[in-house]
Design a protein around this ligand. Structure first.
Ligand code: NAD
Length: 546
């Protein structure tokens, strides 16, 4: 079959010499499916310039290598370019990927940009370069869980009658409006590029679009008053929306941001420029663009601090906006917390994180079968039941049908083995591929995000994600990746990914048992080591560690 990037193969016919290689091929192409990726024509999947392959030639070579790859060989990918196929064995990963790694002294955005210009590197973000991005559906439960934890902490239980302000409606940020309305709240989000809001309208992630800031604010206040869970995307710069709120003395109940601040050149729009003018400036005078970006980010953070002072529950949503503002002198930028220490870390301590799977058959019915199975496996888990029911009703599939579901230590291996049996018994039409975000319990060192404010001060210790990648390789994950700079930008993070295929065989069952045990265990061990009591309890309960 002659594959194009706009075509993800599905069904039961293999293009490769085994289902594991086939899964890698399908997930790579699924990452770039126009229904999934933000800018597939540039190989950009999401998150600023997060790419699936270095360039078209590299992509074609990866596809060719995967189609020819034997079951005792491993393909090596260096920053989006295939560099070797080496002999290994059946239980080894079929693909090993390293993206955007730089020796620490050289790990600056500027040096990375020089190397990228020379065609020597690519930015893999988190799941883009590790071929397990599944569109906004991949983040929506994490965003839902964050707002749900916030609602429990600050407002009894949900966001009913609360105004939630944010910005950035790209690949990941686009999940915010849906996650907020699923928690019963009103969402008002600023987005510079109209087409991004249109895309979210089409995929039912947002309810309304507005072009006038004051009208959008008035409508949002009306919905708040009427306690209606409706989301509005307004076409404007984040700083314009926040300034109007400040000028009109309107204080949102919650405030955050998911513009691509981690990338001042490609990801963030300075104020006062149209999209076209920004594109011109970015191309013709990148230094000036970056300067203006930083100035807007500083103002953006100052506005958030002002609204926080006036009473808005304000948090950073993992894009390093505070870090950027601090770089240009906003000394109190970190006065509002990151979302991990504020809301998510207790879940990480139980080994919980964004577990996900996709149906390689391409048939949504296969996902409904897995949903049924999940509910049978964990009948006591009420919030999981609520989540699966809501997801079935409200989340549109993008590309290969997929599901996301935060599962913890013990639960992931149970689910993985049950999926494998489903495949073996022919209850689904093709194998299931299982993966996760790098934003997970034991796979990331990122001091401005996942490992911000660790109890023992070990925020910047990056041995953990390296151990995570090594143990997943040793355990026999189907493909393993090690990245630098995801989420928060070059110099700020090191993180690892893993994907494993349930193809219904006994071999797969053994690998699934090992990998889906060890992978979250790394998170429990890491958090117990840092002194968290919940993690110590989980460690004892599951007999992990020494
Ligand atoms: P993306 O690049 O696909 O989208 C970013 C969006 O922000 C774009 O639509 C862009 O037009 C808009 N934007 C940029 N500057 C703006 C401004 N000043 N005002 C209004 N809109 C502006 O990125 P994404 O995948 O949505 O990720 C967004 C950020 O969130 C990234 O920094 C990413 O690393 C981070 N992230 C966070 C999480 C999390 O769980 N918290 C997960 C993944 C990614």
């Amino acid at each position: 079959m002659n594959l194009k990037i706009s075509q993800t193969p599905y069904g039961n016919t293999l293009n490769c010499k085994g289902w594991v290689q086939e899964a890698a091929l399908r997930m790579l192409l699924n990452n770039l499916d126009p229904a999934v990726a933000e800018r597939p024509e540039d190989l950009i999947v999401y998150g600023g310039r997060g790419k699936a392959a270095r360039n078209m030639e590299a992509l074609e070579l990866i596809i060719k290598a995967l189609k020819n790859l034997e079951e005792d060989e491993t393909l090596l990918v260096q920053s989006g370019k295939p560099v070797a196929v080496l002999p290994t064995h059946k239980d080894a990963p079929r693909v090993l990927i390293s993206n955007s790694q730089l020796v620490p002294k050289w790990a600056t955005q500027q040096h990375f940009d020089e190397l990228e210009d020379k065609g020597l590197m690519m930015y893999g973000q988190m799941t883009a370069g590790s071929w397990i991005y599944i569109g906004s559906q991949g983040i929506v439960q994490g965003t839902y869980e964050t707002y749900s934890a916030l609602a429990k902490k600050h407002f009894n239980s949900n966001l009913r009658g609360k105004l939630n302000v944010t910005a950035g409606l790209g690949g990941m940020g686009g999940a915010q409006p849906l996650a907020i309305t699923m928690n019963q709240g009103v969402c008002l989000a600023a987005e510079v590029e109209e087409w991004r809001i249109q895309k979210r309208l089409k995929t039912r992630y947002i309810d309304e679009i507005a072009y006038d800031i004051d009208e959008a604010i008035d409508k949002a206040l009306q919905y708040k008053e009427e306690q209606k869970a409706i989301s509005i995307g307004v076409v404007c710069n984040a700083v314009e929306l926040l300034q109007r709120l400040i000028d009109r003395n309107i204080v949102p109940d919650t405030l955050t941001d998911q513009t691509s601040a981690h990338d001042p050149l490609i990801g963030y729009f300075p104020e006062g420029l149209t999209v076209e003018a920004a594109a011109d400036l970015r191309k013709n005078n990148p230094d000036e663009y970056v300067k203006q970006s930083y100035a807007t980010m500083a103002k953006h953070v100052q506005q958030m601090l002002e609204l926080q002072k006036r009473g808005a529950i304000t948090f950073d949503y993992g894009n390093n906006l505070r870090g950027r503002a601090l770089e240009v002198g906003v000394k109190n930028a970190f006065d509002f917390p990151g979302f991990v220490p504020a809301y998510i870390r207790p879940l990480f301590c139980e080994g919980k994180g964004p577990f996900r799977w996709a149906a390689l058959s391409g048939d949504p019915q296969d996902i409904y079968e897995t949903d049924k199975l999940i509910l049978e496996l964990f009948p006591e888990n009420e919030s999981l039941k609520q989540w699966i029911t809501m997801a079935q009703e409200r989340i549109a599939f993008q590309g290969l049908p997929a599901r996301i579901c935060w599962l913890g230590q013990g639960e992931r291996e149970k689910a993985g083995l049950a999926f494998n049996r489903l495949v073996a018994e022919g209850k689904v039409k093709a194998p299931i591929v299982i993966g996760r975000d790098h934003l997970d319990t034991g796979s990331v060192a990122s001091p401005n995000r996942e490992t911000e404010a660790m109890l023992d001060g070990s925020d910047a210790v990056a041995d953990w994600p390296i151990l995570n990648a090594l143990i997943n390789t040793a355990g026999g994950a189907s493909w393993v990746s090690l990245h630098h700079g995801g989420g928060v930008g070059i110099g700020y993070s090191i993180h690892a990914g893993m994907v494993i295929v349930a193809d219904g065989t006994e071999d797969a069952a053994r690998r699934l048992k090992r990998v889906l045990h060890n992978d979250p265990a790394m998170g429990v061990i890491r958090h117990a080591d840092a002194g968290y009591d919940i993690a110590k309890d989980t460690l004892r309960k599951h007999r992990l560690g020494l």
